[in-house]
Design a protein around this ligand. Structure first.
Ligand SMILES: C[S@@+](CC[C@H](N)C(=O)[O-])C[C@H]1O[C@@H](n2cnc3c(N)ncnc32)[C@H](O)[C@@H]1O
Length: 532
C-alpha cells in the first residue's frame, strides 16, 4: 500500500511525533510489543491514502540513533479505530492493515503507556484531530520525553494562570474585541497586503492564530501554506472561519497546541503574530514568539512584526493623582459602624498606587521627550524578557508636578515594499491597548529644564505578567540638613497583572481625538487578556 501524501520518513526522525512508551498492555493475553530490555519509544506518523487516514507506529530505541532503520510495526486506519484515554494510558481498538503487518487484517486492542499524562493527552488529541479534521500534517504533536522535559511554557508559567489565559482567548467575544480594533487589525492587513511579495509562495506560521485572521491575510497575500498555531479552544472556531473561504482554506492548516510543543512538517519563511500585551511585554507571549522563531523560522526568515519599542515619559496629571489618592480615603474613617478603619489606610493607599492605570490620555500631559527601549525580535533571546531594566533620563520641558511615568509601545512590520509601524502612542488613534501610566505616590516638583532620572525595572512572574519597580528622582531646591541641595525620589512597585481600567473616564479626550483624526473610538473597545 502506498501512502499518497507526504514523504516517507523511514530512518529519519525529523517530522515524527514520538510517544514515550514504558509498558505495553495487550488484550487477549498475547503480547503485541515485546518487552524490551532497554527503553523504547513509539513514534506515530499520521498519513492519508485512498482508503483513508491512518496512523503508523514505529519503534525507536533510546538513545536515539539517527541511522537506525525504522520499520513500521503497526498501521491503524482511524475510521476503524477507537482510542480511549485512561490517565497516561491509551487503549486502542484497531483494525490493522494487513500490508503493514504481512498477514491477514485483524481487529485487536493494544495499550500504549505514555510516561507522562501530557504525552498521553497530546497523543490522544493528535489522533482525534487527524481523525476528525484530517489535517494535512503528517505529524501533529511532538510528545517526546525530551521535548516534554524542555517545554518552556510549562516550566515557567503557573498552570492556573495558563488555564485562565487560554480560557479567555478561547471565547469569541475576546477575539472579536481584537478584530474590532480597526487600528490594529487594519494595520496588520495593510502591512501584509502592501508587502504581499514577502508572503507570495512562502510558508508562513501564524503564532497564536486566535480566530485565524492573520492566517487568512497571509493566504490572501498568496502564501504557499500557512500553519495557524493556536493553543486555546479558539482553534476550532479558526477552522470554521477558515473553511468559509474555500479558496484560501486549502492553504491553511490549523494546529491546536502551544508553539512550544507542536511540530511542523516544514520550516517557515515568515512568521506573523500579534504577541503584544500592554506595556508591550504583558502576557509574556513575546517569549512564545521568540521560541517559535527558533523552532520554525528558516535562517534569515522574516518576522511580522520584527521590532518593538517601549516609550516612556514623565507626565503630570493632578486630576488622576487626586482620583487615585481619594480612593484610599474610605479607610480614613474612624467610626465605620463603630469600627476604626485607619489601620488599613496606608496599605490601601499603597495598593491603589500599585495598579498601573490604563486609559488614553492627552499627550499634552507629557512633560519630557520619551526614552525608548528597543527590542529586536529577530535577535532577542527568550531570557531577555525575564528581566527588563531601563535607565531613565529626561529633561523637563515645563515647571510642573511629576505624577508618574507614562508608557506606550509600537511595533514595526519591516516589509520589503512598505515598512509600517503600528503605534499605541497617546494622540494617535486609540487601540485596545490604550496607554499605561504608573503613578508615584509622592509627586516630584521640577522646574523647566531640570533633569529627571530614574529606573524602570520589570521582573517577569509566573502569572504571565510583570512586577514593575519604578523610581523617579529629581534634584531638590530645598537644602538638606547640611545646607546642600537634596534629591527628591519616589519609588513604587506595581503589578502589571492588576491594572486599573479607566477607559470610561476620558470622554472629553476621546471626543477631542475623534475630532482630530476622524477616527471613531469604539466604546466597546476593551483590553485584551489583561481585563480578565
Ligand atoms: C492577541 S491574540 C491574537 C489572535 C490573532 N492572531 C489576531 O491577531 O487576532 C494571541 C493568541 O495567541 C494565543 N497564544 C498565546 N500563547 C500561545 C502559545 N504559547 N501557543 C499558541 N498560541 C498561543 C492565544 O490563545 C491568543 O488566541
Amino acid at each position: 500500500m502506498e501512502a499518497s501524501s507526504g514523504s516517507e520518513t523511514d530512518g529519519d526522525f525529523n517530522g515524527m511525533s514520538i510517544f514515550p512508551l514504558i509498558e505495553t498492555v495487550v488484550d487477549g493475553g498475547s503480547e503485541v510489543l515485546p518487552a524490551f530490555g532497554r527503553p523504547i519509544s513509539v513514534s506515530a506518523v499520521f498519513k492519508s491514502d485512498r482508503q483513508g487516514r491512518f496512523v503508523e507506529f514505529f519503534r525507536i530505541y533510546r538513545p536515539t540513533d539517527k541511522n537506525e532503520k525504522l520499520e513500521p510495526f503497526k498501521r491503524c486506519y482511524l475510521h476503524l479505530s477507537q482510542v480511549v484515554k485512561i490517565g497516561p494510558k491509551l487503549q486502542m481498538w484497531v483494525v490493522e492493515d494487513s500490508d503493514a503487518n504481512e498477514g491477514p487484517s485483524q481487529s485487536m486492542s493494544f495499550g500504549l503507556q505514555c510516561c507522562l499524562q501530557r504525552a498521553s493527552n497530546a497523543f490522544y488529541s493528535a489522533i482525534q484531530e487527524f481523525k476528525n479534521n484530517g489535517t494535512k500534517l503528517e505529524t501533529v504533536a511532538s510528545t517526546d520525553a525530551n521535548t516534554l522535559a524542555k517545554n518552556k511554557f510549562e516550566e515557567k508559567i503557573d498552570p492556573s494562570s495558563a488555564k485562565m489565559y487560554f480560557h479567555y482567548y478561547g471565547q469569541l467575544l475576546h477575539q472579536q474585541n481584537m478584530l474590532q480594533d480597526y487600528v490594529r487589525t487594519g494595520t496588520y492587513y495593510a502591512a501584509v497586503i502592501e508587502n504581499h511579495a514577502d508572503f507570495h509562495g512562502k510558508v508562513v506560521v501564524d503564532v497564536g492564530a486566535g480566530s485565524g485572521i492573520l492566517s487568512l491575510f497571509a493566504a490572501q497575500a498568496s502564501a504557499k501554506h500557512v500553519y495557524a498555531i493556536e493553543a486555546s479552544a479558539m482553534a476550532d472556531n479558526a477552522r470554521l472561519l477558515i473553511a468559509g473561504s474555500p479558496s484560501l482554506s486549502q492553504r491553511i492548516t490549523v494546529i491546536h497546541g502551544k508553539v512550544e510543543e507542536v511540530e511542523l512538517p516544514e520550516k517557515a519563511d515568515i512568521l506573523i503574530s500579534d504577541p503584544m500585551g500592554t506595556l508591550l511585554v504583558n502576557e509574556r507571549m513575546l517569549e512564545s514568539y521568540i521560541i517559535a522563531r527558533d523552532r520554525f523560522l528558516v535562517p534569515n526568515g522574516k518576522m511580522f512584526p520584527s521590532r518593538g519599542r517601549l516609550h516612556m515619559a514623565p507626565f503630570r496629571d493632578e486630576l488622576l493623582y487626586g482620583e487615585i489618592a481619594n480612593k484610599a480615603l474610605f479607610w480614613q474613617q474612624k467610626n465605620y459602624y463603630g469600627v476604626d478603619l485607619t489601620a488599613l489606610r496606608d496599605k490601601a493607599f499603597q495598593g491603589y498606587f500599585s495598579q498601573p492605570v490604563v486609559d488614553a490620555f492627552d499627550p499634552r500631559l507629557l512633560i519630557a521627550q520619551p526614552v525608548i527601549h528597543d527590542i529586536d525580535f529577530v535577535t532577542a533571546k527568550e531570557e531577555d524578557f525575564f528581566e527588563i531594566d531601563v535607565p531613565l533620563q529626561f529633561k523637563s520641558s515645563v515647571s510642573a508636578g511629576v505624577h508618574g511615568l507614562a508608557c506606550w509601545f509600537d511595533v514595526l512590520f519591516d516589509g520589503s515594499a512598505v515598512p509600517r509601524w503600528l503605534t499605541t502612542s497617546p494622540g494617535s488613534p486609540t487601540t485596545h491597548w490604550y496607554q499605561i501610566r504608573c503613578l508615584i505616590s509622592q509627586p516630584l516638583c521640577v522646574l523647566a529644564g531640570q533633569p529627571v532620572t530614574g529606573r524602570l525595572h520589570m521582573i517577569a512572574h509566573s502569572s504571565q505578567s510583570y512586577t514593575v519597580h519604578l523610581t523617579l528622582s529629581a534634584s531638590s531646591m530645598t537644602p538638606d540638613l547640611n545646607g546642600v541641595g537634596g534629591t527628591q525620589t519616589s519609588t513604587v512597585e506595581l503589578d502589571l497583572k492588576e491594572p486599573y481600567y479607566r477607559m470610561t473616564q476620558f470622554p472629553a479626550y476621546a471626543w477631542f481625538q475623534q475630532e482630530q483624526t476622524q477616527q471613531p473610538v469604539s466604546s466597546s473597545l476593551l483590553l485584551r487578556y489583561d481585563s480578565v
